[in-house]
Ligand binder design. Structure first.
Ligand code: B16
Ligand code: MG
Length: 222
């Protein structure tokens, strides 16, 4: 039975995945590195520096460590500028209804995100109180596809991994959920993810009753 649902942030609860893409695209274009939405799929869910290494696979020259740090910082400054206009209207369709419905049933809720910008995003959306735990890239040394973020979230909500459901838009996140020994619902309208128990185009395509039918929901022990 599922007693806790761990939500990915970028691309599941909020549209910030597009902000990541546009920021990397700007960095790539300034540096003359080929980059497109297909390559961007590999960046979803992985850390900033690991994303940069994927981007640099197509670079025409080698970059030193200080140059890499500067590129990552530049991407983050573009990305953070895109967060300035973020508001509760940027929550993705279906997320508020699902979170409310889960909490009404006594199912615990958490965020498990690779993003070190999670605190800023959560505060701009005004959703901090909707979660029993928020775990992000600041809390663990290894980001997705390692299971660490999700395992820490499960520990913080005090629910065994086998009783957790991860909701993810990225392959790295599906792999992280699987290697944490959790159930996984994929959410992606464009790409078929490899390995989730089920996949839907968006959270608006799955009700709390659907989650109950597919995975079995139960209140967490008090
Ligand atoms: P930052 P998620 C991930 O968030 C993004 O999908 C990924 O594109 C990004 O590189 C990563 O966070 C790190 O983000 O640069 O803000 O620390 O999907 O795990 O919520
Ligand atoms: Mg994501």
């Amino acid at each position: 039975m599922i007693q806790a649902v761990i939500f990915d942030l970028d691309g599941v609860l909020v549209t910030t995945d597009e902000g990541h893409y546009l920021a990397w695209q700007r960095v790539a274009s300034e540096a003359g590195i080929p980059f497109d939405r297909t390559i961007n799929q590999r960046l979803r869910g992985v850390s900033r520096m690991e994303s940069l290494e994927i981007l640099l696979e197509r670079a025409p020259r080698e970059y030193t460590e200080p140059e890499k740090r500067a590129l990552a910082d530049r991407k983050n400054s573009f990305y953070r500028a895109s967060l300035e206009g973020l508001s509760p209207t940027d929550l993705l369709a279906g997320s508020a209804v699902m979170l409310r419905g889960l909490r009404a049933r006594g199912v615990r809720t958490a965020i498990g995100s690779s993003s070190r910008n999670t605190p800023t995003i959560v505060d701009r959306l005004g959703i901090r109180n909707w979660f029993d735990a928020i775990v992000d890239g600041n809390d663990v040394p290894r980001s997705k596809p390692a299971p660490d973020i999700f395992l820490l979230a499960a520990a913080r909500v005090d629910v065994p991994a086998a009783n957790c459901l991860v909701i993810e838009d990225a392959q790295a996140g599906v792999d992280a959920g699987r290697s944490a020994g959790m159930n996984v619902l994929g959410v992606n309208p464009h790409y078929n993810l490899n390995g989730p128990d089920r996949q839907v185009p968006s959270l608006a395509d799955a009700s709390v009753d659907d989650l109950d039918e597919w995975f079995g929901l139960a209140p967490a022990a008090p």
